[in-house]
Each structure stands twice: as C-alpha cells, then as structure tokens.
Design a protein around this ligand. Structure first.
Ligand code: SAM
Ligand code: SF4
Length: 337
C-alpha cells in the first residue's frame, strides 16, 4: 500500500526529504528584462486581486514556520524590492516565533536606499544577481542601463550589515562566458561571495538550449586559469552550491550546477508563488492553491495540511535530462527564483 502523507509535523515527501527552506515570490513583475528570464516586452503580469496581500503572505509564512518546521525564508520574485510592503512583510516575519532566518534575492536596484530599513526590520542577508561588470554588456543582457545602480545596491547592503552579500551570476555562451575570473576578482575585492548558476530551462521564451549552456566544468576550468581552487572541506548539506576555496581560502566561490550535477536528492525547498500557489519544485508542473483555501476561510491547520499534501507529491528529480522533460508553464520570474 502507498504510504499516506503525515497529518502533522514537517513537510516531508515520499523520498524522505524534509523541506525547511521556503522561497516566497513577492511579485512576478521586474524592472529588468534579463534575456534568460523575460522577453523584452515583459509578461502578462498577475492582476492585483490575484496577488496575495501582505497580510496573507505573513499568515502563510507563519503557517510554514510555526506548523511545518520551516527555518529559512527567502523572498524573491520577479523583483522583490518593487513590492511596496516589503519592509513590513520582513518585520512581521522576523517577529514570528520561532524566528526564521530571512534573506532576499534581488537584482539590487534601489537596495542602497532600502538596505538600512530592511536590516532594521530583521532581514539577515541578500543575494544580488550580477552577470557582467561591463556596462554595455549589462545593458544588452538586462535591456536596461542600470549597472551602476546594482553595484551601489550591493555596496549599500554590505554597509548595512546584510552580510555575507552573495552574488548570483549566470553565464551565457558568447555573451559573458569570458567574465568568470573578472567576476571573481570583483567579488574577492569587495568581500562578496560569488556563485555561478547554470542556466536552466525556465525562460518565458523557451529559448534554453542544453548544448549552448555554459556548464559547471567550463566555469571551473575558466576560473582555474587564474585561481587555485580546492574543494571546500565545509559540509555542503542541502545547499545547492558546491563550493571551492579560492587561493587557499578563506574566500570561496560556488557553482550551482542544477543541470549537470543535480542535487535533487538533497533538496530542502518549498515554494510559494506571488498568487499563493505552493510548488514542490522549480520544475513542478503541478501547484496547490493555498490562496483559494485561505480566502474561503480555511484555518491554519487546514492550510498546513494542504501544504503537506503538496510536498508529499514532490517528484524525485527535475528530469531536465529526461527526453520526456516538460518545461513548467510558469517562467522563473513568476515562480520565484
Ligand atoms: N529579480 C531577482 C534577481 O534577479 O535576483 C530575483 C528573481 S530571479 C528569477 C532569481 C535568480 O534566478 C537570479 O539570480 C537570476 O539570475 C536567476 N535566473 C533567472 N532565470 C534563470 C535561468 N533561466 N536559469 C538560471 N538562473 C536564472
Ligand atoms: Fe528580473 Fe531577476 Fe528575471 Fe532579471 S532574473 S528579469 S532581475 S526577475
């Protein structure tokens, strides 16, 4: 007989993985148009009433933290800094008992201005996305001339104590794949932690091409032309990034090789979209509607039970390399990266 999902306790799945890390998308909208993420014209955005309100987000995060054993909350999007209620949401989540660790993944635009308030509200750290240090390339890649704003955002985050500031970089062949060493030099000079992310099939345009993807091996080979990289002795746990000590350490560089070295077996993520759908995986093709239940008057235990059911059905792996792989209908920006 097939085991039934547990009626209480943590978010466990059929493969005994426990989800403790919640990614919450605060909006599907963005002020950049990164070519690997969104088309130039943007996307049909979620309508206002479809979005969870600030109170609804805090209520659902509270269910995850108090009833489901979630210990890490990461706000993302779209671009989370453009959500007007962000500081209040962070403050309310920081007031939960037990208090989760709270971080933010952002493109950094406006972060210099917002960092002190976010820090005061209880944000612990940030990940800022930066794929190139060349202003013209940045404009080509994101379709907006905002490199200076991103660099100022990172500096502001570090000054406000939102540390360690981590940088996420996606390399694309023929676009910025020659920049790995320069990005690492920049990160080392500023005390930021750099992680490269293999490009995944999550773009709205469905333009991802496995053969053209810059692989973890290529990124490491490119870095090794300038740096000595040694395996990091620190325990990786369920962290998606494999890390290396740079020139003897303590500085590190990471690679998130979701495609060529999938880490699904150790995944501890659960995701909530800006319109209140639970997703067990970035690549899930099913979602579980918590917004509808919440607005229909479900109590916290009912919401927790729905969330447990959604995670129980999590598949063993994303199957990108499987010939039957289907890209999810929602792009990364609407799921929350
Ligand atoms: N707008 C914020 C940002 O850019 O950091 C948060 C959302 S964004 C979707 C989160 C992360 O996903 C970014 O680091 C971005 O580079 C990455 N990303 C977006 N599309 C991707 C793709 N197709 N493959 C790999 N990473 C991607
Ligand atoms: Fe916006 Fe982030 Fe997507 Fe770039 S990767 S378009 S910054 S959501």
């Amino acid at each position: 007989m097939k085991a039934a999902h547990p009626r209480d306790g943590v978010l466990v799945d059929r493969y005994d993985r426990v989800a403790r890390d919640l990614r919450v998308s605060l909006t599907d909208k963005c002020n950049l148009r990164c070519t690997y993420c969104m088309p130039a014209e943007g996307l049909p955005w979620l309508a206002g009433p479809e979005l969870l309100t600030d109170d609804e987000i805090v209520r659902l995060v509270g269910v995850a933290v108090r009833r489901l054993g979630v210990t890490e909350v990461r706000f993302t999007g779209g671009e989370p800094l453009i959500r007007p209620g962000l500081v209040g949401i962070v403050a309310a989540v920081a007031a939960l008992d037990p208090r989760p660790r709270i971080s933010l993944t952002t493109n950094g635009i406006g972060l210099d201005r917002l960092a002190p308030a976010l820090r005061a509200a209880g944000l612990d750290r940030v990940n800022v996305s930066l794929d190139t240090l060349d202003p013209d390339r940045f404009t080509e890649l994101t379709r907006r001339p905002r490199l200076d704003a991103v660099l100022a955002g990172m500096a502001g985050a570090a000054a406000a104590g939102l540390t360690p500031v981590k940088i996420n970089s996606v390399l694309m062949r023929g676009v910025n794949d020659d920049e790995a060493p320069a990005l690492l030099r920049f990160a080392l000079a500023h005390g930021y932690e750099l992680r490269f992310i293999e490009q995944m099939p999550l773009d709205a345009q469905h333009g991802w091409d496995r053969a053209a993807m810059v692989t973890a091996d290529e990124i490491l080979a490119s870095l090794r032309r300038e740096f000595d990289l040694r395996t990091d002795p620190a325990e990786r746990g369920s962290a998606p990034a494999e890390t290396w000590l740079v020139d003897g350490g303590p500085a590190r560089v990471g690679v998130i090789a979701s495609v060529t070295r999938p880490f699904c077996g150790d995944c501890d993520r659960t995701r909530l979209t800006a319109d209140g759908q639970v997703r067990a995986c970035l690549f899930a093709t099913e979602e579980s509607d918590l917004r509808g239940a919440l607005r229909a008057g479900a109590d916290d235990e009912d919401l927790a039970d729905r969330w447990r059911r959604a995670m129980w059905g999590k598949r063993a792996g994303h199957g990108i390399d499987d010939p039957t792989f289907l890209q999810p209908a929602r792009p990364m920006s609407a799921i929350g990266g």
